[in-house]
Write a new protein. Structure first.
Length: 315
């Protein structure tokens, strides 16, 4: 598995680095640590450097930025398990979102880890603009890191003080993207004490009613009841299958089936169970393939109070 860790010197990117350490990727896993020095490019490829010229002062300022970026990467690399991972560091210049997307594609990264906000993101937004663009347009899975999981990790009672995860809320509907999240978590050597809560939300009977306004509820109540029963049975089957996969690896698991809007149900479950990470597919069974991100995944990523893993199925 190839991972792209994005850092910018903010507290959020420090959390992202700590989260990557917490995940305990397999030995010799490839990790590229990327920082992007913002550089605006105007029409015709013109940059401020071109307008201002290549004066000595400007050249020195650019070299200083490069030096600080390099030091940031070296510091981040040192915080990860030295010798255990295959680490590469990259300093790039340009539009952060565009560069991150290009690097992820060029390196065929299967996972991008980054803070939910960065230095350039207004504090009034729940999610930074760069993180939002990456989440929408990348073909890789994305782990958006918020501070809550790191705080929990530092409360670990382990003597070696290695950060850990205690609870993961895994949303699934049996779609290929949900299955990708399941497989990603199964491939990680999560701490054995990690509890995996599997949640499946039911709402198809509501959608059937909304999409069929002429439906006579009185004469078709039996049909709706049958749909509801069949859907619940299907949801239980999906949840039990996923739960079994984690139990076979000795994880503590529990499954819940809830009814209502998927996004709202997942967020409500997060408040109840207080997970370190919410794991959800980028699209669900009802997602249209031409959409780059499902509404449920985006809603959860925007409003969750913890880190969110958005899984995408590989093509």
């Amino acid at each position: 598995m190839k991972t792209l860790l994005v850092v910018d010197g903010s507290a959020y990117s420090e959390m992202a680095a700590k989260m990557l350490e917490t995940l305990r990727l397999p030995t010799k896993a490839e990790v590229a640590i990327l920082t992007v020095v913002p550089e605006a490019t105007f029409l015709g490829g013109i940059t401020l450097d071109v307008i201002r010229g290549t004066s000595q002062a400007r050249k020195k300022a650019r070299e200083e930025q490069q030096r600080k970026a390099t030091e940031l990467l070296q510091h981040t690399a040192q915080t990860l398990a030295e010798g255990r991972l295959k680490i590469e560091t990259l300093v790039k210049w340009g539009n952060p979102a565009e560069v991150i997307l290009q690097e992820a594609e060029g390196k065929n990264a299967s996972l991008i880890v980054m803070g939910a906000k960065g230095l350039t993101d207004p504090l009034s937004f729940r999610m930074g603009s760069v993180a939002l663009k990456i989440m929408k347009y990348t073909n890789a899975s994305v782990l958006l890191v918020r501070g809550k999981a790191i705080t929990v990790a530092h409360e670990s009672r382990r003597k070696d003080k290695i950060a850990t995860l205690s609870r993961v809320l895994l949303a699934t509907d049996g779609s290929k993207h949900a299955d990708a999240v399941v497989q990603f978590l199964l491939d990680l050597p999560l701490p054995r004490q990690t509890e995996v809560i599997v949640i499946t939300a039911l709402q198809s009977h509501l959608e059937a009613w909304m999409k069929t306004p002429t439906l006579d509820f009185r004469t078709n109540q039996e049909l709706l009841d049958r749909l509801r029963t069949a859907e619940e049975a299907g949801a239980r089957k999906i949840a039990v299958k996923v739960e079994k996969q984690f139990r076979e690896k000795s994880y503590k698991t529990v499954s819940v089936v809830v009814r209502g809007g998927a996004g709202e149900c997942i967020l409500a479950a997060a408040k109840e169970h207080n997970p370190d990470i919410i794991a959800v597919g980028s699209r669900g069974l009802t997602g249209i393939e031409s959409f780059l991100l499902g509404s449920v995944a985006e809603r959860v990523a925007r409003y969750a109070n913890c880190s969110v893993l958005i899984g995408r199925a590989t093509k």
